[in-house]
Structure formats: structure tokens, C-alpha cells
Design a protein around this ligand. Structure first.
Ligand SMILES: NC(=O)C1=CN([C@@H]2O[C@H](COP(=O)(O)OP(=O)(O)OC[C@H]3O[C@@H](n4cnc5c(N)ncnc54)[C@H](OP(=O)(O)O)[C@@H]3O)[C@@H](O)[C@H]2O)C=CC1
Ligand SMILES: Nc1nc(=O)c2c([nH]1)NC[C@@H]1CN(c3ccc(C(=O)N[C@@H](CCC(=O)O)C(=O)O)cc3)C=[N+]21
Length: 322
């Protein structure tokens, strides 16, 4: 299910997680090593592709407006593509662009046979119909996995989407690589967005976990989260998940990437007064959880590695190599 490029079950190269003796801090589930390993394999395959048929994968990125966080994410994606040998193309549109302009750009990319993957960076400005735009991306180039064909096939047992969204795929990868068994576990996902929470819950079901969803209308979320063997947070609110929301020994995956202002005393030029924080209160969670992903350096790099892997898969389909 993870795609032609990645085995369904990894042989873990990381030390398997062990139960945490009481009073000890959680194991930190870093994402950089995993991302590096995936990138190496992707780069290797692209090298073989280039030597064999003289072609390489190409990814088109569409950015509307000038949100600082979106610019950072796009920058990280471009850098990663460059590292593994994926060609890139960026279309930048102004904040107030008409919907038709954006659709025309996407349609042009759909028709261009040299392009294998298309991503439209989210969130989009309010006046644009996100669902309509996601549906305009050809499902065969939908390396984000947000097209209803791909999301629908992910939801239905026995069907195979062409692409699985990168962050959820990265989340399963993170757990499998650390030897965490998912089958039969109680998983709770906070957030139900198409980028994060929803496809994560669908993937957990595919891996035979029992899944509960927590969202903005959930009453007493901490009652539900405290039953989770595996907890995923994808909300976008710094520190919303407190230590007392967790079951002792839980495995916690923090997908939140929130830019928070730091106080002026520790202001430094490099960070420009901001730092990245997850949705989970790290200092509290580390005392209760058995394992926890850090932010930055946890899910972010693995998510980007998955985008590379999806783009390679797409090129392989296009070149008839699978
Ligand atoms: N690490 C990574 O690779 C990735 C990180 N992200 C990060 O994840 C975060 C979320 O992004 P995204 O999924 O796009 O966000 P969205 O805003 O699309 O979704 C947020 C979700 O959180 C829910 N929510 C809001 N408030 C609460 C609350 N008080 N209690 C419980 N649930 C709540 C919403 O519920 P409702 O549906 O009811 O409104 C919604 O489902 C961001 O920080 C983003 O940067 C995203 C993707 C990848
Ligand atoms: N069409 C679309 N596809 C996405 O996959 C998508 C999106 N829109 N919109 C926003 C979210 C968020 N997301 C992240 C990607 C990388 C990091 C990442 O690289 N994080 C680094 C640090 C980030 C930094 O350097 O500031 C880390 O956690 O170590 C984070 C979050 C993808 N998303």
C-alpha cells in the first residue's frame, strides 16, 4: 500500500521501541534519519532511470499568495527535490488571482507530458474554491493524494489509490520503522483535514487499528485522547495537547508545525523572532509518553521525503516502469 517504491512492511534499521520504565523520559522518534534513508533510495532509482532511459521525474509546484510559512515549505520541498535529482517548476500567482487563472495553470501542467507530479500548496486564499481546484489536478499527477479519486480509493477497503497523502504516509512509515505494531491498537487522531487527520485515520484503519477522531466540536477531547495507544495531533495550535491528555506509555506523533513568536529577550536574527512548535506540549508529553516525535525534525522531513517518493512513483507509472 505504501507504493511501488516502498515496501508495505519495513525491516526497521532503527532500534525497536521498548516499553519505558516508569519515570523515564520518552524515546524521541526523529525523522531526519528516516528521511535521509528514503531520499538515498529515491536518488539511487532516479540515477538508474536517467542512465537507463535518459529521463527523470519532474514536479510542478503552485504557490498562490505570499504566506511566509507556505514559502518555507515550498523552499524545503524544492531543496529536497534538488538533492535527489527531481526536476522542479514553480508557478507563483498573486494572492488576488482569479480562480480561472489558477485552473488554467493546473490544466497546463496536466497536459504537459514532461510533468509527473503537481502540488497546489495549501491553504489557498479564501476566495478560491479549494475542493474544485484539488479536483482539477489530474489523479495521475496528484502526488499529494488530495484528489477525490485517490482519497476515495484510500477510504474503501480493497481499493488502491494511485497516491497516498505525504504526511499520513510518513506517519505510518515513522511507526513501522520504529517497530511499532499498529494492528489492534487504539489510535486517536486529532484533526480531520485532507492533508493530515482524515487520510491518517483512513490509513490507520487499513492497518487494522481502531480509530477515533477528535475535532473542533468534540466535547472533552482529553477523555478520548487518554485512551489512545497511538495519538496523532494535526490541529495547527501550539501546545493544545497537554500531558494530562495522554495515556501513560502512549506513542505520540506530532504533525503540527506552528510558527510562534518568541519573546524579545531570546530574539535572534536567524529566527527573526519566530520558532516552530508542534501541537503537543513537548515538555509535558515527554514525561508521560513512551515515544514522541519532535518538532522540528520529526514528521516534517519524513513528509517531504514521501513527496519525493510519490513523485518517483508517478514518473515510473508514466514511463511504464511498473
Ligand atoms: N508535519 C507535516 O508534515 C505536516 C504538518 N501540517 C501542520 O498540521 C497543522 C494542521 O494543518 P491542517 O491539517 O492543514 O489544518 P486544518 O486547519 O485544515 O485542520 C485543522 C483540524 O483541527 C481541528 N481542530 C481545530 N481546533 C480544534 C480543537 N480546539 N480541538 C480539536 N480539534 C481542533 C479542526 O476541526 P474541524 O474539522 O472541526 O474544524 C480541523 O479538522 C498545521 O500546523 C500544519 O502546518 C500539515 C500537514 C503536514
Ligand atoms: N498541497 C500541500 N501539500 C502539503 O503536504 C502541505 C501543504 N499543502 N500545506 C501545508 C502542509 C504542511 N506541510 C509541511 C511540510 C514540511 C514541513 C517541514 O519541513 N517541517 C520542518 C521544519 C519547517 C521549517 O523549516 O520551518 C520540520 O518539522 O523539521 C512541515 C509541514 C506540508 N503541507
Amino acid at each position: 500500500l505504501l507504493g511501488p517504491n516502498l515496501p508495505d512492511i519495513w525491516v526497521s534499521f532503527l532500534p525497536l521501541l521498548r516499553a519505558k520504565p516508569n519515570g523515564h523520559n520518552a524515546a524521541i522518534l526523529g525523522g531526519k534519519l528516516i528521511a535521509q534513508d528514503i531520499k538515498l533510495k529515491v536518488a539511487e532509482e532516479i540515477g538508474r532511470m536517467k542512465n537507463g532511459i535518459g529521463k527523470i521525474p519532474k514536479l510542478a509546484l503552485v504557490l498562490v499568495g505570499d504566506r511566509k510559512d507556505s514559502q518555507t515549505f515550498i523552499h524545503n520541498k524544492l531543496k529536497a527535490c534538488d538533492q535527489v535529482g527531481i526536476e522542479t517548476l514553480v508557478a507563483q500567482l498573486p494572492e488576488n488571482c482569479a480562480e480561472k487563472e489558477l485552473i488554467d495553470v493546473v490544466t497546463g501542467f496536466n497536459k504537459d507530458p514532461t510533468i509527473h507530479g503537481i502540488i497546489v500548496q495549501l491553504p489557498l486564499p479564501q476566495h478560491l474554491d479549494e475542493e474544485y481546484i484539488m479536483s482539477s489536478v489530474s489523479p495521475e499527477k496528484d502526488v499529494d493524494g488530495f484528489h477525490p479519486h485517490n482519497m476515495g480509493n484510500l477510504a474503501m477497503r480493497g481499493r488502491k489509490p494511485l497516491f497516498i497523502p505525504c504526511a499520513p504516509k510518513g506517519c505510518i512509515e515513522m511507526l513501522l520503522r520504529h517497530g511499532v505494531e499498529i494492528k489492534g491498537k487504539r489510535a486517536v487522531v486529532i484533526g480531520r483535514s485532507k492533508i493530515g487527520g482524515l487520510p491518517t485515520s483512513l490509513l490507520f484503519q487499513r492497518h487494522h487499528a481502531t480509530v477515533s477522531m477528535v475535532h473542533a466540536f468534540t466535547k472533552n477531547p482529553e477523555q478520548i485522547t487518554s485512551e489512545a495507544d497511538i495519538l496523532v495531533a494535526d490541529v495547527g495550535m501550539a501546545n493544545i495537547v497537554r500531558g494530562n491528555w495522554l495515556k501513560q506509555g502512549a506513542i505520540v506523533i506530532d504533525m503540527g508545525t506552528n510558527q510562534v513568536k518568541i519573546n524579545d529577550e531570546i530574539y535572534d536574527q536567524r529566527s527573526q523572532g519566530f520558532q516552530i512548535t508542534g501541537d503537543v506540549c513537548y515538555e509535558e508529553a515527554i514525561k508521560v509518553a513512551s515515544a514522541l516525535t519532535p518538532v522540528p525534525g520529526g514528521m516534517g522531513p519524513v513528509t517531504i521525503a514521501m513527496l519525493l517518493s510519490n513523485t518517483l512513483d508517478s514518473a515510473k507509472y508514466a514511463f511504464g516502469l511498473v
